[in-house]
Design a protein around this ligand. Structure first.
Ligand SMILES: *Cc1c(COP(=O)(O)O)cnc(C)c1O
Length: 457
């Protein structure tokens, strides 16, 4: 062979068959399967043709591994939420209770009596699995549920007020994350929004003067993610209901997070409960399943029998309905509320919200040596008192006293990135020149510790 021939043959790739049998590719082959590996090897040959690299087993394995990562690794990954926000929308909000997880898994594995009446073998109603619980817990006459609270508001407005006017205070025309704006939802539902009052003050007479022949409902919206303070006035349900009744109009309320129990039981500030709204005479109340309630994503609708009947018959109800898996998880979650004393042990959302700061500090002290060893000498590590929040719009102004592991020094963004790139990504926050990991929401201490031990390596 001439020198030129030898040089050329070194640049020629081995056959795809031979390459796919390279020992360095064995782990990839077992994880991705033969088909994806061959596809990737073809891409490698295409990319490196005519270079000495093309026959390099190690370089090829590294390239294929990076390229296949997106297909092998799940896109939605488990993470540690140490942001200080308990119900973090971008990290998936409420964690489910074990009872809810088991119910969901069981429903995934088998056919269920989702819409089947065992008594007579006829058709059943999917709402029947959760409506009795919702009625019991809120004192409402009837209940239904849909995909989320945004869907619930859309459905309620479409069913009760399409083509007509709905009166809302200017102080309650909210926008929440993810482009949910009351005026836009109103338009999509086919209603005409009638704004009354001003941003900071709305009086009962503002509502009274706005009522006309085209009015279909009065709506209240819980201002979840902001608070208007100072010279303010809003009209309570107790004041509004008699006015609406005298005109034969329903009052609907979007509670946002809403809750089924009084959070003051655990030393937390008061958040309106669905029962309070019903007892104040609100005709239809909507709230989320995966905020303070601590269940799966859902939009819960409770209220009078007549109005819930109209809502459940609207075609949008079919478009927004819940599947058997979430209904199973929701039913199991609601069941836990029958025994409120055990909620704090069984429901992760309540457990995390009620976690005493001293317990969090003790955990921080226990973890600090491992954390400091993981971070290394590039930063100063310590424990810092911090304030977290409930998140998802609940109690916007009330901060939860907590403790965080903190790292100070240069290059905090880089350090935060390193934590995010861990096998189980660790998400914290940077505040006032420190990278903070609030431990209120650390549930799996074992997995966290194991990962910290491997961190430096
Ligand atoms: C969170 C929230 C919604 C939307 O609820 P989703 O369950 O996220 O759809 C609507 N209204 C208010 C007031 C909220 O706080």
């Amino acid at each position: 062979m001439s020198r030129a021939d030898r040089a050329e043959s070194a640049l020629r790739p081995p056959s795809i068959d031979r390459m796919s049998a390279w020992p360095a590719l064995a782990p990839l082959r077992s994880r991705a399967g033969h088909k994806l590996l061959v596809e990737t090897l073809r891409a490698w040959v295409e990319a490196r043709r005519g270079t000495p690299d093309v026959a390099d087993e190690t370089a090829c394995a590294a390239w294929c591994s990076e390229r296949l990562a997106g297909l092998i690794e799940p896109s939605q990954r488990r993470a540690f939420n140490l942001t200080g926000t308990v119900l973090h929308t971008n990290l998936g909000r409420a964690l489910m209770a074990e009872e809810a997880i088991e119910a969901a898994v069981a429903a995934m594995r088998s056919p269920t009596t989702l819409e089947y009446d065992l008594a007579d073998g006829g058709r059943g109603e999917r709402d029947d699995h959760i409506a009795p619980w919702l009625c019991r817990l809120t004192a409402a006459e009837a209940a239904t549920a849909v995909n989320n609270n945004a869907g619930a508001v859309l459905l309620v407005l479409a069913a009760l007020a399409a083509g007509k006017e709905v009166i809302v205070s200017r102080g309650e025309l909210i926008e929440i994350g993810g482009a949910f704006r009351i005026p836009d939802i109103m338009a999509r539902a086919g209603c005409r929004l009638v704004e009354v009052g001003t941003t900071n003050r709305t009086h009962l007479k503002d509502y009274a003067e706005a009522i006309g022949p085209e009015t279909a409902a009065i709506m209240k919206v819980h201002p979840s993610n902001y608070a208007v303070q100072g010279f303010t006035k809003s009209v309570t349900a107790a004041e509004l209901v008699p006015l609406a009744r005298s005109k034969g109009l329903p009052v609907i309320e979007d509670l946002g997070s809403g809750t089924l129990v009084d959070l003051e039981t655990w030393g937390l500030p008061h958040e309106p409960t669905a029962r309070e709204a019903i007892e104040a005479g609100i005709d239809v109340v909507t709230f989320s399943g995966d905020k303070l309630l601590g269940g799966p994503q859902a939009g819960l609708i409770v209220g009078s029998k007549a109005l819930i009947g109209r809502i459940a018959k609207n075609p949008l109800k079919r478009a927004l309905r819940l599947d058997k898996v979430r209904l199973a998880a929701l039913e199991a979650t609601l069941r836990l509320y029958a025994d409120p004393e055990k909620l704090v042990q069984r429901l992760p959302t309540i457990r995390m919200l009620a976690r005493p700061p001293l317990e969090i500090r003790a955990l921080a002290e226990k973890l600090l040596p491992l954390f400091a060893a993981a971070v290394g000498t590039s930063h100063q590590c310590g424990i810092q008192p911090v304030r977290g929040q409930i998140g998802s719009g609940a109690l916007p102004v009330d901060l939860l006293p907590s403790f965080a592991l903190c790292a100070r020094g240069k290059g905090l963004d880089k350090l935060a990135d390193k934590f995010r790139k861990q096998p189980i990504p660790v998400i914290g926050r940077i505040e006032d020149g420190a990278l903070l990991f609030d431990l209120r929401t650390l549930d799996d201490e074992t997995a966290f510790t194991a990962q910290l031990k491997n961190f430096a390596a």
